[in-house]
Ligand binder design. Structure first.
Ligand SMILES: [Ca+2]
Length: 391
């Protein structure tokens, strides 16, 4: 089924995994074996090639002066020369800060416009999304229980039947036939027992996926990990500045071409969403966090693979408001979240898009685009990475 570009880009936000609605709708138990088979698709050959290219990029100037410094409206746009304040914390890279055009006018996404100038100070950022292995360390050290593992409190879900209030999370379950992309419930299933360590539900595990990003992460889970690690979640502005890698107003974190030289640069979706993934990039679900090339700052997976939580509340009109204020320094988002598509459901910003985004659906791997997520909900394509302030 063909949809106009405008409709495709404004269809229901992905992921639509809001827990209370799932519980109202009822709980579906899926054939986890079938889904697990899809998820552990490996494509070792592709991985080997990509990894070798990634390592090459890291050795040869991944952290380059990628900035295209220009002066626009009197404000210098570009990457600062601020040196790293010390040795890099393990697994992190120094993002020197600077001034950039945030957002995207060409994306045809109202919440990402207008593009506007933003300045951010330097900070450390995780080179990759947090992996299953990293999250496991956190859980072993703290005994932390993620939101998906907790029994939903009836007080939070008025009207839901008691027997439906079971721990679980939303798992991508591709339908066998073509469906309209405006009905996410055709491909999301609330799976009892699904969580970071059982990504497709009971019987599935993270074995063999230790270097994949952790998933089924709600905002407070990400925040708890960050605090334990002595870090924090990035602001939306920090994430986008870092993802752009010093490139000025490009569509993607690597440039303006989706597939430079015919090569996939991120783990996204190919084929006819959601029923037929042709897996041209080698991965039908999550991929190892260094499977695709890093950007100019040496950051992996700033587009595709998994959505990554930011600290900002989400409002679709936020860019409009701050664009009127000139160059904004270190913006931290609005005071509260509001999504007119779901008033009353507090949401925070997510960036990068996921392995489920394609040019037919979502397309939010575009570096200046924005995602959003209900704070109490993860999904099988939602993870995070952390940052650390310089001081
Ligand atoms: Ca893919």
């Amino acid at each position: 089924m063909k949809f106009s570009k405008k409709i495709r880009k404004n269809v229901a936000a992905e992921p639509e995994s809001r827990k209370w609605l799932w519980l109202q709708l009822g709980v579906g138990v899926v054939m986890t074996v079938v889904v697990a088979t899809l998820y552990i698709f490996d494509a070792r050959e592709n991985q080997a090639v990509s990894k070798s290219q990634s390592e090459h990029a890291a050795r040869h100037g991944a952290i380059s002066s990628g900035a295209q410094a220009v002066v626009t409206n009197g404000a210098p746009v570009g990457v600062n020369n601020t040196p790293a304040p010390g040795p890099a914390p393990e697994g992190m890279v120094w993002i020197p800060g600077g001034t950039f055009w945030m957002g995207c006018d060409a994306c045809d996404m109202p919440d990402a416009a207008p593009s506007h100038q933003v300045a951010v100070d330097g900070f450390w950022m995780d080179m990759t999304p947090i992996t299953n292995a990293q999250f496991e360390k956190f859980v072993k050290a703290t005994g932390y229980n993620t939101v998906a593992e907790r029994k939903p409190d009836p007080k939070d879900f008025p009207g839901a039947q008691a027997e439906k209030l079971v721990p679980g999370c939303a798992v991508f379950t591709p339908p066998s036939h073509e469906v309209s992309p405006d009905n996410p419930y055709a491909w999301w299933r609330y799976v009892p027992g699904a969580s970071w360590k059982n990504p497709e539900g009971p019987g599935s595990s993270i074995k063999g996926r230790e270097d994949h990003p952790v998933v089924h992460i709600a905002w407070e889970d990400a925040d708890a990990y960050a605090k334990w690690a002595g870090k924090r979640l990035p602001t939306e502005a920090e994430f986008e500045f870092a993802a752009r890698g010093g490139l000025d107003r490009k569509l993607y974190s690597w440039g303006d071409e989706l597939k430079p030289g015919g090569k996939w640069m991120a783990n996204i979706y190919q084929g006819s969403f959601p029923s037929k993934n042709t897996v041209e990039d080698g991965y039908g679900a999550t991929s190892p966090v260094t499977a695709f090339p890093p950007n100019n700052f040496g950051l992996y997976d700033v587009a595709g693979n998994v959505w990554q939580w930011c600290s900002d509340w989400y409002r679709p009109d936020y860019f409009e408001k701050i664009a009127a204020q000139g160059v904004v320094k270190n913006p931290k988002g609005p005071d509260s979240g509001f999504d007119p598509q779901e008033p009353g459901v507090p949401k925070r910003v997510q960036k990068s898009g996921s392995f489920l985004c394609s040019d037919q659906y979502c397309e939010r791997y575009l570096v200046g685009s924005r995602g959003k997520g209900a704070v109490d909900s993860g999904a099988s394509n939602v993870g995070f990475r952390t940052v650390k302030s310089a001081l």
